[in-house]
Design a protein around this ligand. Structure first.
Ligand SMILES: Cc1cc2nc3c(=O)[nH]c(=O)nc-3n(C[C@H](O)[C@H](O)[C@H](O)COP(=O)(O)OP(=O)(O)OC[C@H]3O[C@@H](n4cnc5c(N)ncnc54)[C@H](O)[C@@H]3O)c2cc1C
Length: 288
């Protein structure tokens, strides 16, 4: 078993920032990442709300972070953590390849977005988005659509209506009551939408769907998939979670188990954004 002072589970922005702070305190730190350092950054076409950049791609930001991790000589282990044991003072992470232990563990394994399950992946970052807060501004004065299930798209639609010309909620259920009481003229609602798929060459140009068997189409510049998200907490059932499954922490980012911290999208924070993951990481890395 390999031993460290601090193990960081997940190499997205939250995990990398945690490692940067812990390493600069002179601790022996490793990040365990199953895919690639950068995490969700690789899915982001354009970012306008990261400090000091008017505009930057997720890939460029990921590359800069990776340079910083290398510069600080943080060890990066390519492994997928499949089990954890937080019962003793030394916490254990079991990877597919090896077992690791540390006095402190920082969980930074992010969340997964529920997918539409049609051809959305072909248009990811080219009109398909999972984050209205992040991407609304790229569709200023444009017509956009929101894929929704039992009203899951309402919050995103309201966010989009602040900047977009029109927002059409395409809900797979019955949204007649919402449509009746909706006071926002920019928001239209279509209920009982099935077989939703994206149309376009390189970018989203429209969506096709059926309503009670009738084929329909709608021109749109973007499709926001707002079907809910779930934190990657399958391994952490012993930690206190909130009602939606996110890990609860105190102000030091420490969870209900001493020596176990959580940062970024997996934590029960109010906003899931890069700067929030950075801030969480700084606090956890300083206290782990
Ligand atoms: C399409 C899109 C656009 C966005 N745009 C913006 C934006 O413009 N501005 C903004 O501020 N925010 C934006 N966000 C949100 C932002 O990307 C996230 O808030 C942030 O990246 C979360 O970082 P994280 O470190 O918590 O998680 P992640 O980046 O998700 O990293 C988690 C990492 O953990 C790894 N991992 C998971 N489980 C395991 C395991 N068992 N073993 C080993 N490794 C594991 C994963 O491979 C991943 O690399 C956007 C999100 C999306 C999806």
């Amino acid at each position: 078993m390999r031993e460290f002072d601090v193990l960081v589970l997940g190499g997205g922005v939250g995990g990398m920032m945690s490692a940067i702070y812990a390493k600069r305190r002179g601790l022996d730190v490793a990040i365990i990442e199953s895919m690639m350092l950068g995490g969700t950054l690789w899915q982001i076409e354009k970012i306008e709300n990261f400090p000091s950049y008017a505009e930057v791609s997720g890939a460029e930001l990921a590359e800069n972070f990776i340079k910083q991790i290398k510069h600080l000589r943080v060890e990066v282990i390519n492994d997928e953590v499949v089990d954890v044991d937080f019962s003793a003072e030394k916490k254990v992470l079991a990877g597919k390849k090896e077992r690791y232990s540390a006095k402190s563990v920082i969980i930074a394994s992010g969340l997964s977005y529920n997918k539409l399950g049609s051809n959305e992946d072909d248009f990811l970052g080219r009109g398909v988005s999972y984050c209205a807060v992040c991407d609304a501004n790229f569709y200023k004065n444009k017509d956009v659509a929101v894929a929704s299930k039992k009203g899951s798209g309402i919050k995103g639609a309201l966010e989009l209506a602040n900047v977009c010309k029109s927002v059409t909620i395409l809900d797979s259920g019955d949204m007649s009551m919402y449509a009746k009481y909706n006071k926002n003229d920019k928001i239209k609602v279509i209920s009982n939408v099935k077989d939703l798929k994206v149309e376009g060459k390189n970018f989203v140009e429209g969506v096709a769907f059926t309503v009670e068997g009738d084929e329909k189409s709608l021109p749109t510049s973007a499709l926001f998939v707002e079907l809910g998200k779930k934190p990657n907490t399958m391994l952490f059932k012993d930690l206190k979670l909130d009602e939606n499954g996110y890990i609860l922490t105190d102000e030091y980012m420490e969870t209900s188990i001493k020596g176990v911290f959580a940062v970024g999208d997996i934590r029960a924070g109010k906003l899931k954004q890069l700067v929030c993951a950075c801030s969480d990481g700084a606090i956890a890395g300083q206290n782990a």
